[in-house]
Write a protein that binds this ligand. Structure first.
Ligand code: GTQ
Length: 347
């Protein structure tokens, strides 16, 4: 029997080798065991600080003026859950966030404000509250605000995954603003007519070609199935934003969904290997995550790491709750690692 103090341990350590038998249970866990924990960020707490930095920090001092939502279990490098990041960005009237590009895929979900747009590879894309705007990897993008009052949105990126894969590249454009090279909102207008898509374009990329999935469409979708759709036992009436070329997720690494929880909805408990980040568009409710209850309100953000047992609850007896969310489910599915199972309710 080998002794704990066997001098061989020190020697192999010096040789940059290690005894697998001392690590085995941590490397090959019986079930997923990540660093991230379920967590909730209250919009009402963060907003004043965002506005403080909007006053104090110029756009020349910050590449982007963003409060990152850092999971207490993933401080360094900061991430929100495994493979995913969320941040809250603010831009003030007259400001420009300069043009750059990165291999990380990004999208924005607009929280408040009007009169801003983002330019993505030469196309101006208008931003309104509730809109989902895509910036797939390596597209040039710069943000502009020509309206009044603060413009605030949720940023989502997959840089934790990109960096883990050693595939991170970043470039400044050189000019603060890109020149526009096509009509405003063209990609959105071309794909806005349901099943009719432009057949002349052969550029069928892995990412959705749509610049903006407008709130107006989302609202209409919910309205037209208002009381007919039963929805899912875990998630209520949940809709997925799709890539019109494939019917699949909008980005290869991130799937975006929006759900309506009817008054009093109490979802069945489930756990999934995918990690997700949720933004409350409207309503009041709770999520019971691994037995712990997190209460949410309008515009809050909460993170659910993979394999967290969770149930969603709308605590209002009269109002719908509408929740936007994104997950790394496409990555897990592509790699054959997606699993889900139903669990006994805890809340
Ligand atoms: O707006 O391009 O939250 O590059 C993080 C990195 C936003 C952006 C973020 C970014 C951006």
């Amino acid at each position: 029997m080998v002794s704990q103090a066997d001098p061989g341990y020190d020697v192999i350590h010096q040789l940059c080798a290690a005894p697998l038998w001392r690590y085995y249970g941590n490397l090959f866990t019986a079930e997923p065991r990540g660093d991230a924990v379920p967590f909730l960020w209250r919009y009402a707490e963060l907003r004043p600080h965002l506005l403080h930095f909007a006053e104090e920090l110029s756009m020349e001092e910050a590449e982007r003026r963003v409060l990152m939502l850092v999971n207490p279990g993933m401080p360094d490098p900061p991430a929100t859950v495994a493979t995913l990041y969320a941040g809250i960005q603010v831009i003030m009237p007259g400001e420009t966030a300069q043009a750059h590009r990165h291999t990380a895929n990004a999208f924005r979900f607009v929280i408040e404000g009007n009169g801003a747009h983002t330019t993505v590879d030469g196309e101006r894309v208008t931003m309104r509250p509730g809109d989902l705007l895509l910036t797939p990897g390596w597209r040039w993008h710069d943000h502009h605000h020509r309206g009044e009052g603060p413009m605030i949105w949720l940023d989502a990126l997959d840089y934790p995954l990109v960096n883990a894969l050693g595939a991170g590249f970043f470039e400044l454009h050189g000019q603060r603003s890109q020149k526009t090279t096509m009509p405003d909102d063209l990609s959105t207008r071309q794909f806005t007519h349901g099943h009719l898509v432009p057949a002349w374009s052969m550029d069928r990329t892995v990412s959705s070609p749509v610049g903006n999935y407008p709130w107006e469409q989302t609202r209409r979708a919910f309205e037209s199935i208002a009381d007919d759709a039963e929805g899912s036992a875990t998630d209520g009436v949940i809709l997925e934003y799709t890539n019109p070329w494939t019917g699949g997720p909008v980005l290869p690494t991130m799937a975006c969904r929006v759900q309506r929880l009817r008054p009093g909805f109490h979802g069945e408990a489930v756990r999934r290997t995918s990690s997700s980040i949720h933004h409350v568009i409207r309503g009041t409710g709770a999520v019971v995550a691994d037995g712990k209850r997190l209460d949410w309100h309008d515009k809050d953000v909460f993170a659910l790491p993979g394999w967290t047992t969770r149930e969603l609850i709308n605590t209002s007896g009269t109002e719908d709750a509408i929740v936007f969310s994104y997950s790394n489910e496409p990555v897990l599915r592509a790699l054959g690692m997606y699993r889900e199972e139903s669990v006994e309710r805890q809340g």
